[in-house]
Structure formats: structure tokens, C-alpha cells
Design a protein around this ligand. Structure first.
Ligand SMILES: [Fe+2]
Length: 250
């Protein structure tokens, strides 16, 4: 038979908790006339749709159609301003948060790969990460009344396994944490118009299919920069060699 012990006999030690090995996650706003951006994204995606009519894995994004992207998105004033802000934000974080030395790097040295998306209720995106970049992100332009969240998975997969069966939710209106007090398993973000999110590219994330999703317009991007790993072992003239002759036969 189970014995009920009085609470006075419950004697845990006073515990101080430290959070170790955190995952940085950044949030900001990009202010613009969103109607202008929405119009351009709709136009670009309508051209993509002609190429991938019934392919719901590709017909919502300019990711696979660079020519369309460069014609309808890249030249726009809002896109240039967004690119400038994203590059500077990235370098600011690389400097302050990741302690990189950025001597000699110009804004043009920052690698920014950007593409636009227009989800309806046909679309979703399975769990993936963005290998080869340092930070990845999304700018949400139009989310509508009913809008799919973006869901991030904890990179501490082995910790998830220990606590996966004792899930509880903790919601604050825009975000939801899944897991237990000791281990956060999943972080769900409900985007609002103008939100920009930035996270380490190694973090897996997905967008579930959302019933009654009319239109969810977002702009996704990857950011990285060249690191100076040269310690000057070759002389100045030899350093100028162009490796373009190392080509592969097609
Ligand atoms: Fe992604």
C-alpha cells in the first residue's frame, strides 16, 4: 500500500539551475510598405507556377528559379534595403555575439542568398536545416488570419529522447514551447506581419500544412561570410594566382 508522507518530510536540497549550451535566436522588424512587397512576390510566384504547375514542393517559391527571382524581386528598392539591413545585422551579430574579427571585409563580401515564398493551404515544408551557412532566417510579409507557424527543433536530440513522453505546452500568444521544464524540445513561432527571425543555420525547422491558409508570404535567406584563415605563407605575387584553370569536364 502506498504511504502518504506529510509535506514536512519532503527534503530536497535547495537547487540552483544553470541553463547550459543555449541556442541563440534573434527577432527583429523590417518596416516597409508591405503591400508593395506582396505585389512583387505574387507576380514572381505566378511566373514560377507556370514552370511547376502541380508540383506543390516547388510552385510556391523562387528558390529554384533564379532568373524569375532576379527579374521580379532582386531589382526592387525594398529588396535592396532588406539585403542591406540583413547584411549589416548579420555582421553586427558576428561581431558582438560570435566574436569574429571582420577586418578587411566589405558589405559586398557578405554572402546573402534570399528567396521569396507564397504558401497557401497546399504547401508545407518538411524538417530541414541550411548547411553551408552561418545564420538563416525569414522575414514575414503577409500572414493573414489563419497562418502556419514555423517550428524549430532543439539541436539537443539526445536530451529530447529522455523527455519526449512527458510533453507539456507553454504558450504566450505568439510562441509555444514544447518539452518539460528541464528540456525544451520544440519551439513554435506564430509569425506576424513584419517579423524577421534569425537563427543558427544548423537548427532544423519545418512549416506544417495549414488548413484554410489563404496566403502566407515570407522571404527566407541564408547568410555567411568568408573567414580569413590565411597566415601569409606564400609571397604576395604567388598569392595572386587564379585557380580558375581547375575546371571539371562537363
Ligand atoms: Fe528553412
Amino acid at each position: 500500500m502506498k504511504t502518504q508522507r506529510p509535506a514536512s518530510q519532503f527534503q530536497p536540497l535547495e537547487t540552483y539551475k544553470r541553463e547550459l549550451f543555449s541556442t541563440p535566436f534573434y527577432q527583429m522588424k523590417f518596416n516597409w510598405n508591405y503591400d508593395e512587397i506582396i505585389k512583387d512576390v505574387r507576380t514572381a510566384v505566378s511566373h514560377v507556377k507556370k514552370a511547376y504547375e502541380n508540383d506543390s514542393a516547388r510552385n510556391y517559391t523562387t528558390y529554384f528559379e533564379r532568373e524569375i527571382h532576379d527579374k521580379y524581386i532582386s531589382p526592387k528598392g525594398w529588396c535592396k534595403q532588406l539585403a542591406t539591413n540583413l547584411k549589416d545585422t548579420y555582421m553586427d551579430l558576428m561581431h558582438k555575439e560570435f566574436m569574429f574579427e571582420l577586418n578587411g571585409l566589405k558589405r559586398s563580401d557578405v554572402h546573402l542568398h534570399l528567396w521569396v515564398n507564397r504558401y497557401t493551404d497546399d504547401h508545407s515544408h518538411n524538417a530541414h536545416n541550411h548547411k553551408g551557412s552561418k545564420l538563416s532566417g525569414t522575414f514575414y510579409v503577409e500572414c493573414g488570419e489563419v497562418c502556419a507557424p514555423i517550428i524549430f527543433e532543439s539541436p539537443m536530440e539526445y536530451a529530447n529522447m529522455l523527455f519526449a513522453t512527458r510533453d507539456c505546452n507553454n504558450r504566450d500568444g505568439q510562441t509555444a514551447h514544447h518539452g518539460v521544464p528541464a528540456v525544451q524540445k520544440e519551439f513554435q513561432f506564430m509569425p506576424r506581419n513584419g517579423d524577421v527571425l534569425l537563427w543558427p543555420s544548423y537548427v532544423y525547422h519545418h512549416v506544417p500544412r495549414q488548413q484554410d491558409q489563404e496566403e502566407r508570404i515570407s522571404i527566407s535567406f541564408n547568410l555567411s561570410h568568408p573567414e580569413d584563415l590565411s597566415y601569409g605563407f606564400a609571397d604576395d605575387i604567388l598569392e595572386e594566382i587564379d585557380y580558375g584553370f581547375l575546371t571539371h569536364d562537363k
